[in-house]
Design a protein around this ligand. Structure first.
Ligand code: COA
Ligand code: AMP
Length: 633
């Protein structure tokens, strides 16, 4: 096998040769005319002319090639006390039948289907069934509120929605169906059919003529085969936070995605077919799409679908139990999960209760992996702990310590090197063009073309794609992250360059929260910042200026604001703190100085900008923050 350096260099100098070779690992019903068509850059097309079916590559192919009796998916649910295992043959049959039921409802190639489900096997079955039919799924995370779901319904215009009746959060049942009904009521676009998985913890009332019981749909048809689609046809649309309240519909194609994800399983994660791989995330996030569902199955591995939390279901030893019970060799999760475990079991004593002899490597991503957490995980688990960096937009890692080539020495705080296909450069923010010298921070950008699997565009929004990612640094994809590359070529991701924050590994827009606060009738002006949090990495905190003449108590208004964000965005925003201030700090040109507010909250030194309108306001902000307990240290 070539070295990392050889492969990386070849992926950039000969992308067609490199990815054309990787594509041999995928089954195509028609081979490509061209590996890479970049004539209409930055709208890159990979494997043009080729046809395939992603579900076939995930399931049927393995049944045909001797993996019928190997487990494809293990559902482990400490919140319901259930463990269910599905072989490749069983999962193929379930997916093919459910796809048949969907086809009977009229769903076919190119149709959009929204999936709003908790972490149950049926979520993966629904995704794969859509892929089987060539329908385009769009999974919406269960922690989002009805209005967020409505926004996605109006953008994706699904013919159908597949939902669970409820999700199970520790200590409470979240009824999804009323949220779904509300979302459909709010949305302008109305889906023709809804398929509801009735969970026994909360059965939902079905709307006649629109709603169908999952079981009836699944048993209404014989299994159906796979529909071939173009490599460049969309497999799914996944909405992610942008800089406003309007989410961006990241499009994933079928061909490039299959090639890149299959390649990543061995080269990035060092997983072999037959190994057990566990991404402890949620199917509502990109990690869940790529590494709970598609990549492990494309690779013929066994994937774990875990319905629980790292702590409290029932305790901080849950992850070790799952690793032991199912012989997990590689775990991938967000650092916040480890911070939660460490908080409850600081000495890692629970690890001693389990046999982790099969466990090989821990991968962390989704937010900055702080050195404390990495060192604690290394000491506790005694396996390599590897940070890696990627985004919903790329679908698979851009920066990683690629274990398949042999693990490089770890530098704490760095996801190591650029992954094959990603020509990562640090660009001076000031001019959007000059490359920064080693060790100096700038905007992290990827020289085009992006490799297979990365977003070809935004859903029905080419213009938004150009504006969000491709315009600021011509010839490059702008990641929205800031960081540097050191003299040894190690990449460091330091912060976002926009208003996106990362709360417990969940990507959220403070701009979106500001839009909600601004909608409160008593609010004249507002700002939301992300402050540091020991457990979740960051937490949002709101500041509001009230309209003149409002006489209600500040505390009542803040309570309403918290409730409003929960209602409009969802509990996942974890928006729990707001303060009323007389005015917001601004530059003379009216720009709110959010960066300085964040530094005050985090007790970091800051320099008063020369352009500040009135420096006295910073004292007022410090005072307002102290009333809600900031800075914490
Ligand atoms: N459906 C409905 N509600 C949900 C939900 C879902 N699928 N997922 C989360 N929520 C709710 C939670 O119940 C919580 O509500 P609350 O405010 O009433 O308590 C809120 O959204 C925030 O949830 P969460 O971010 O999960 O925080 P938590 O305090 O419940 O748990 C951690 C904290 C660290 C244990 C948890 O965030 C975690 O396990 N993170 C792992 C990282 C991860 O999965 N990252 C994804 C990208 S890799
Ligand atoms: P998402 O699209 O939800 O996967 O979030 C992507 C964003 O999360 C990135 O743009 C980064 O800001 C952040 N992120 C993901 N992985 C890492 C990492 N390993 N280190 C630092 N930040 C990360």
């Amino acid at each position: 096998m070539p070295t990392y350096e050889e492969d990386y260099a070849r992926s950039l100098s000969d992308p067609e040769g490199f990815w054309g070779q990787a594509a041999e690992e995928i089954s195509w019903s028609r081979k490509w005319d061209r590996v890479l068509n970049n004539d209409n850059a930055p709208f890159t097309r990979w494997f043009e002319g080729a046809e395939l079916n992603t579900c076939y590559n995930c399931l049927d192919r393995h049944v045909e090639n001797g993996r019928a009796d190997q487990y494809a998916l293990i559902y482990d649910s400490p919140v319901t006390g259930q463990v269910k295992k599905f072989t490749y043959a069983e999962l193929t049959e379930l997916v093919a039948r459910f796809a048949g039921g969907l086809a009977k409802l009229g769903i076919s190639k190119g149709d959009r289907v929204i999936i709003y489900m908790p972490m149950v096997p049926e979520a993966a079955i629904a995704m794969l069934a859509c892929a089987r039919l060539g329908a385009i799924h769009s999974v919406v995370f269960g922690g989002f509120a009805a209005s967020e779901l409505a926004t996605r319904i109006d953008d994706a215009k699904p013919v159908a929605i597949i939902a669970g009746s409820c999700g199970l959060e520790p200590g409470r049942i979240v009824e999804y169906k009323p949220l779904l009904d509300k979302a459909i009521e709010l949305a302008t676009h109305k889906p023709k059919n809804c398929v509801i998985l009735q969970r026994e913890q909360a059965k939902a009332a079905l709307v006649g003529g629109r709603d169908h019981d999952w079981q009836e749909v699944a048993s209404s048809s014989d299994p159906v085969g796979c529909v071939n689609v173009a490599a460049t046809d969309p497999l799914y649309v996944l909405y992610t936070s942008g800089t406003t309240g309007v989410p961006k519909g990241v499009v994933r194609d079928n061909g490039g995605h299959a090639v890149a994800l299959k390649w990543s399983m061995k080269h990035v994660y060092d997983v072999d077919p037959g190994d057990v791989f566990w991404a402890a995330s949620d199917v509502g996030w990109v990690v869940g799409h790529s590494y709970i569902v598609y990549a492990p199955l494309l690779h013929g591995a066994t994937t774990i679908l875990f319905e629980g939390k790292p702590v409290g279901t029932p305790d901080a030893g849950t992850f070790w139990r799952v690793i032991q019970d199912h012989n997990v060799s590689v775990l991938f999760t967000a650092p916040t999960a480890f911070r939660a475990i460490k908080q409850q079991d600081p000495r890692g004593e629970l690890v001693g209760n389990y046999d982790l002899s099969h466990f090989k490597t821990l991968f962390l991503a989704g937010e900055r992996a702080d050195p404390d957490t990495i060192v604690w995980a290394q000491d506790t688990l005694k396996v390599p702990v590897l940070d890696h960096w990627w985004q919903t937009e790329t679908g698979w890692p851009m920066g990683a310590n690629c274990a398949g080539y042999g693990i490089k020495p770890v530098k704490l705080g760095s996801p190591t090197h650029a992954v094959a296909g990603y020509d990562i450069r640090i660009i001076d923010e000031a001019d959007g063009a000059t490359e920064m010298p080693a060790g100096e921070i700038g905007s992290i950008a990827v020289k085009l073309p992006l490799p297979p699997g990365a977003l070809p565009t935004l859903w029905q929004n080419d213009e938004g794609f150009l504006k969000s990612y491709m315009s600021d640094i011509p010839g490059y994809y702008k990641t929205g992250d800031a960081g540097f590359i050191d003299e040894d070529g190690y990449l460091f991701i330091m912060a976002r360059t926009d208003d996106i924050i990362n709360v417990a590994g969940h990507r959220l827009s403070t701009g979106g929260m500001e839009e909600v606060l601004a909608g409160h009738p008593d609010v004249a002006e507002c700002a939301v910042i992300g402050v540091s949090d020991k457990l979740k990495g960051q937490l949002p905190v709101g500041f509001v200026v009230l309209n003149a003449g409002v006489s209600r108590s500040d505390a009542d208004i803040c309570k309403e604001l918290v409730q409003l964000v929960r209602e409009k965005i969802g509990p996942v925003a974890a928006f729990k703190e707001a303060a009323v201030v007389k005015r917001l700090p601004k530059t003379r040109s009216g720009k709110i100085l959010r960066g300085i507010m964040r530094k005050i909250a985090d007790n970091e030194p800051y320099r008063e900008p020369a352009t500040i309108d009135d420096p006295a306001i910073l004292g007022e902000i410090t005072e307002a923050l102290s009333t809600i307990g900031y800075p914490k240290s």
